[in-house]
Design a protein around this ligand. Structure first.
Ligand SMILES: Nc1ncnc2c1ncn2[C@@H]1O[C@H](COP(=O)(O)OP(=O)(O)OP(=O)(O)O)[C@@H](O)[C@H]1O
Length: 631
């Protein structure tokens, strides 16, 4: 397949993305170049650093007990740096990559301080003491869960509540009565509460001592700017502000200027790693070149021959594509669930929890799938019209899907069934694996039409990581024979999944989930931890799966594929992830696990293919192309 040479536009765009993910701070309005003369401090860890325990950070004993229960003993680099600064009362902007533990980096010092104030009887009352603002309702739930779990052993009763736009005014009023010590919400919802008088500005001024903006890089893309601006007059000058972000971008800089006073800026990468990585080193990135019409066939081969590690998060670019894939896999006896913005919020939250608890292994998700052209049109429309809040919320749900910033637990493999529209989307997607220093992998299925995007992503990664070799390698375990052995069946079955089936499945799924949602609501009020009530991966079709599709006959599996599949199984066993570990929380695993990973050492295609990238059908060596482009 001919590969696109990077055009000047691509180079320019890669540079923009590099700034976005790397944060060179060159953009106008960067706090680094800001006028406040803040205490600027780029913390770039290059030397091997000493691990720090939570004891050494001087945190409250009750919080440490909750951490121990989770199996967490050592602080991550961002926690090690941010916690002391926050405890000192500084405004902090913390930028650290996805999955690096930013949530505890602000929750622990916040809870520590509130516990201290509470024990000294110095809690101020008329409104919450802290706001934690996040872009989506899913993230509200996630942060609320994390905060509640940290308070498990606390004797003084700190109250945390989450308030979202889906709640009635009456429910919000009840939730805010007391008032709670910590309010987890979205900027839009807090602004509404103030404008409706549910929360009084003067009370906020009296009580608020800390405001945290989490996932700050996403906040402005959720059009929260006006809501944040509406909040500013009510924030007391003494309020400590914290801003957490996975990437640097002009949006983050804008928020920093808007809300923080002389902040301490922490830019952290992993200890001992190249400072410019945007994808953690413990995540191996692969790609497979295939025709668009053969993508189903390829994913079937990957899953059926067990060539990738579970759990698997599969990204597609539309809800229809998600259901098409789910129906297709179902016909081969592979169960999966679909996570999309169309589902009721309760169901979305429950799907994420059920997946995290390993009740099923394959989750097909849609995310921000808009093309650049669509985004441009949106931008232009945004300037012209002012949409209603309700419409805005619907648009946002549809636009951003439900996965950004979500802490999916123990996802080993992220599959880009469809390529994301841009490099930033790629970074966010891949960030769902390799979290908390665990080993992970990503596989992108790249069609001819997606090659320019793929080139753009590869180019960005090389630029950012200052490499002249490929960052994404060809996937070594899937042979042509393995793919061909399933071609006939796959095409047959793919053809049998009609547009009507997909529409019907979508309707059915929403119907099920709405029913579930009602059940969930009352059930989870009483049994918040009971995840087994509902299954999100139940069959969409009620036809029985023919045996010849469910089980691949032995004669169809070529020896190399058998060997590859065994290696993957062995590696699963070696990593101790063979059995589902429901609801078991894990701490960091030491090291990247690379030495135990067969993907590093095994190639189903043989040595020559591994060495000679240019042997791939019609694909010239990409390194040469990049060099050419540079010259
Ligand atoms: N010190 C620690 N040791 C082990 N695990 C940790 C530690 N701190 C956090 N974790 C776990 O790491 C995972 C990722 O943490 P978190 O969601 O806070 O990352 P993040 O940096 O906010 O990622 P993102 O930018 O994608 O939202 C969580 O499952 C969390 O429980």
């Amino acid at each position: 397949m001919p590969r696109a040479k990077p055009t000047p536009e691509m180079e320019e765009e890669a540079e923009e993305v590099r700034q976005e993910v790397e944060g060179t701070g060159e953009a106008d309005g960067s706090p680094d170049a800001g006028d406040g003369g803040g205490e600027e401090e780029g913390k770039e860890e290059e030397e091997e650093e000493k691990e720090v325990s939570f004891d050494e950070l001087g945190l409250d004993e009750q919080l440490k007990r909750a951490l121990r229960k989770k199996g967490i003993a050592k602080a991550t680099p961002i926690q090690k740096e941010a916690i002391p600064l926050i405890l000192e009362g500084k405004d902090v902007v913390a930028k650290a990559k996805t999955g690096s533990g930013k949530t505890f980096a602000y929750l622990l010092p916040l809870l520590h301080e509130l516990l201290k104030l509470s024990s000294e009887g110095r809690i101020r009352k008329p409104a919450p003491n802290a706001f934690i603002l996040v872009p989506t309702r899913e993230l509200c739930q996630q942060v609320y869960n994390e905060a509640s779990s940290l308070l498990e052993f606390c004797t003084s009763k700190l109250k945390v509540v989450q308030v979202t736009a889906s709640m009635s005014d009456k429910d919000i009023t009840v939730a805010l009565s007391g008032p709670p010590n910590i309010l987890v919400s979205t900027p839009a919802c807090v602004a509404t509460c103030i404008s409706k008088g549910i929360m009084r500005g003067s009370s906020i001024k009296e009580s608020l001592s800390m405001m945290i903006l989490d996932e700050a890089d996403l906040l402005l893309s959720y059009r929260c700017e006006d809501d944040l601006k509406a909040l500013i007059p009510h924030i007391p000058r003494s309020c400590q502000s914290i801003l957490m972000s996975a990437t640097s971008s002009p949006d983050v800089d804008k928020l920093t200027k808007l809300l923080l006073h002389n902040p301490f800026i922490l830019t952290l990468t992993e200890v001992g790693r190249a400072k410019d990585d945007v994808i953690p080193k413990n995540v191996q990135q692969f790609w497979i070149s295939c025709d668009a019409k053969d993508k189903m066939l390829h994913i079937l081969a990957l899953l059926k021959f067990e060539l990738i590690q579970k759990k698997v998060l599969i990204f597609v670019n539309s809800i229809d594509a998600a259901f098409r894939l789910r129906l297709f896999l179902e016909k081969f006896g592979i169960r999966s669930a679909v996570l999309n913005a169309e589902l009721p919020q309760n169901s979305r939250l429950h799907i994420i929890e059920a997946f995290n608890a390993r009740l099923f292994d394959y989750l097909i998700a849609t995310d921000d799938a808009k093309t650049k052209e669509e985004k441009q049109t949106d931008k232009e429309n945004k300037k012209e019209t002012r949409v209603s809040r309700k419409h805005l919320q619907q648009t946002l749900d549809a636009e951003f899907g439900v996965v950004r910033g979500i802490d999916f637990k123990n996802v080993f493999t992220v599959v880009n069934f469809d390529m994301p529209p841009d490099p930033a989307g790629y970074v966010h997607r891949i960030g769902r694996t390799g979290r908390a220093n665990k080993t992970g992998a990503s596989i992108s299925l790249v069609s001819a039409e997606e090659h320019s995007t793929f080139e753009e992503i590869e180019h960005m990664l090389q630029e950012v990581e200052k490499k002249d070799t490929d960052c994404i390698s060809p996937f070594p375990l899937l042979t042509k024979d393995a793919v061909e052995s399933l071609r006939y069946r796959a095409h047959d079955v793919a053809r049998s999944v009609t547009t009507r089936d997909i529409q019907e499945a979508r309707r059915q799924d929403i119907k099920n989930e709405i029913l579930n949602s009602e059940k969930l609501k009352s059930h989870f009020e009483e049994n918040p931890r009971d995840l087994d009530l509902l299954k999100h991966d139940k069959l969409l079709s009620n036809k029985e799966i023919p045996a010849h599709l469910r089980d691949v006959p032995d004669y169809l599996i070529d020896p190399k594929t058998k060997e590859a599949s065994n290696v993957v199984k062995l590696s699963r066993a070696a990593m101790g992830i063979d059995k589902p570990q429901r609801r078991k929380r894990q701490g960091f695993k030491g090291g990247s696990g690379k030495s135990r990973d067969p993907l590093r050492t095994f190639s189903a295609e043989g040595k020559s293919r591994r060495r000679g990238r240019k042997d791939r059908e019609g694909e010239p060596d990409r390194r040469k192309k990049s060099k050419k482009a540079e010259s």
